[in-house]
Design a protein around this ligand. Structure first.
Ligand code: NAD
Length: 500
């Protein structure tokens, strides 16, 4: 079946959608223990979509107890990897079959263009589930090179109860980057989606159960960071915490681990990614288009958004003019509208946060070339124009802080070392890009960029085969690829004496 295409087709599906808001604990949907709920508001038009269970410490207790019980029971944790693989492949099929519905939930809940959700997030989630499921019965242990009288085995075991706390910008995709390797490795999981985008995780729970994952192995606790997230991070019976979100919250979670049981704490955090354009870039227009897309895709709500554009001064005016031409076409619209280049920001509070950064940029002396304002695409929605600044100084807040919105800061550089100094002058180190025809320069600069992903003559390449994560304060650990299993397994050395 082909996905809807027109705004009306998507709207008809949205009108027929039943939106669920309960937690999922031990194989069943349920309310929060104290009955608390919060309004789930769509940033498209400010409409309340449903009420969602506002989970807190008592619910964390129930979910962790269920997860521990299921882990100890062994129906999942001790099942053959090939068995877990089959069930996760079934889950991937179910997610694929429900792709329209899940994409709609993402779009309604956090404002992204529905076609990005349908043709980007959803296929990405399915590929992640399939790739990881396929991998789990192909990963071998090791035999240590010991003396002949000893057998040294190096094996991986599931770690136990894993908590995953995820953000709102790619709700289902970020969740799957945790769920797939954590479940494939045999763990039990408690997932806390963002309070700003809980709907797809809640819906996913039913599909996980339908796929055949035993009760208690997968739990979903909607709720906010302090009521639901922090009790999870402090829980003595959670063995590992996999987090994607801001660096500020990541730091708090490390403290929680230290104050509790030293749970393994893996962090995928923020970024302020530099995109370096040298005068010898192979195709300036392609680079300019990529520079605009790299900041305005998903309304700039992307951890790897290329929010710092560093351009060699000899081409700066010409290149910025090309970027502006593309940026002008990237105006926000209704997320169901096929002609909209951006959707709504996640909520009004975030739109105000983005506008405050824009005001600060102007106060600090950067030159506003484009945008900078809210637009009323739909009454009650939260839409902000694509915004471009130049004459940005490396010390300006818009060159240093993650804005997480459609705001581009342009800085000039004279030569390679200058570019590298600017690029690495950040507390973050998630991603970086560079554009050049010079092969030696491409390798030289890529090596010196302090970032977990480096893209040459492209932006945002990658698939499940390569790890993803950050240097510096952009995180600890890696998602995707076989390296993701490091987060969800303990490494055991077993020594067997073979002598008489
Ligand atoms: P956030 O840090 O505010 O929230 C992330 C999650 O943490 C949410 O589920 C939230 O409820 C929870 N949380 C908040 N306070 C908490 C606390 N005290 N204890 C426990 N949990 C708590 O981030 P956000 O606004 O949802 O997402 C945007 C951020 O995520 C940006 O910084 C972005 O760069 C980052 N991000 C990083 C990656 C990556 O892979 N590196 C991917 C996507 C987003």
């Amino acid at each position: 079946m082909t996905a809807p295409r027109t705004r009306d087709e998507w709207q008809r599906q949205a009108d027929a959608l039943v939106v669920h808001g309960q937690a999922f604990i031990d194989g069943r949907y349920c309310d929060a223990a104290d009955g608390a709920r919060f309004d789930c508001v769509s940033p498209i038009d400010g409409r309340v979509l449903t009420q969602v269970a506002d989970c807190a410490a008592a619910d964390v207790e129930r979910a962790v107890t269920a997860a521990r019980r299921s882990f100890e029971a062994g129906h999942w944790s001790r099942a053959a990897p090939a068995h877990r693989k089959q069930i996760l492949l079934r889950l991937a099929d179910l997610v694929e079959q429900h792709a329209d519905e899940l994409a709609l939930l993402e779009s309604l809940d956090m404002g992204k263009r529905v076609r990005d959700a349908r043709h980007g997030d959803l296929p990405g989630a399915v590929r992640c589930l399939r790739w990881t499921a396929e991998a789990i019965d192909k990963v071998y242990g090791e035999i240590a090179p010991t003396a002949l009288d000893t057998l040294g085995l190096v094996s991986r075991e599931p770690i136990g109860v894993v908590a995953a706390i995820v953000p709102w910008n790619f709700p289902l995709l970020m969740a799957c980057w945790k769920i797939a390797p954590a479940l494939a490795a045999g763990n039990s999981l408690v997932l806390k989606p963002s309070e700003r985008s809980p709907l797809s995780a809640i819906r996913l729970a039913a599909l996980v159960a339908q796929a055949g994952v035993p009760d208690g192995v997968f739990n979903v606790l909607p709720g906010d960071g302090t009521r639901a997230g922090e009790p999870l991070a402090l829980h003595m019976d959670v063995d590992a915490l996999a987090f994607t979100g801001s660096t500020a919250v990541g730091k708090r979670l490390l403290q929680c681990a230290g104050r509790s049981n030293l749970k393994r704490t893996w962090l995928e955090c923020g970024g302020k990614s530099p995109n370096l354009v040298f005068a010898d870039a192979p195709d300036l227009d392609k680079a300019a288009q990529a520079a605009a897309t790299a900041i305005f895709y998903n309304q700039g709500e992307v951890c790897t958004a290329a929010s710092r554009l560093l351009v060699q001064r000899s081409i700066q005016d010409e290149f910025v003019a090309r970027v502006l031409a593309h940026a002008r076409r990237m105006q926000p619209g209704h997320p169901f509208d096929p002609d909209a280049a951006m959707g709504a920001l996640v909520d009004n509070a975030h739109a105000e946060h983005v506008l405050a950064h824009i005001n600060r940029g102007q106060e600090e002396g950067a030159r506003l070339l484009l945008g900078g304002k809210r637009v009323e695409v739909v009454a009650g929605g939260s839409y902000v124009q694509p915004t471009v600044f130049d004459e940005v100084d490396a010390g300006h807040s818009i060159a240093r802080e993650e804005i997480f919105g459609p705001v581009l800061s342009v800085l000039g550089f004279d030569h390679e070392q200058d570019a590298l100094r600017l690029a690495n002058d950040s507390t973050y180190g998630l991603a970086a890009g560079l554009w050049t025809c010079d092969l030696a320069r491409a390798h030289r600069v890529a090596r010196q960029l302090r970032a977990g992903s480096v893209w040459v003559n492209q932006w945002d390449g990658g698939d499940m085969t390569a790890p993803f994560g950050g240097y510096k304060q952009s995180g600890i650990g890696r998602d995707k690829s076989l390296h993701a299993f490091d987060k969800y397994t303990e490494l055991k050395a077993t020594w067997i004496h073979l002598g008489e």
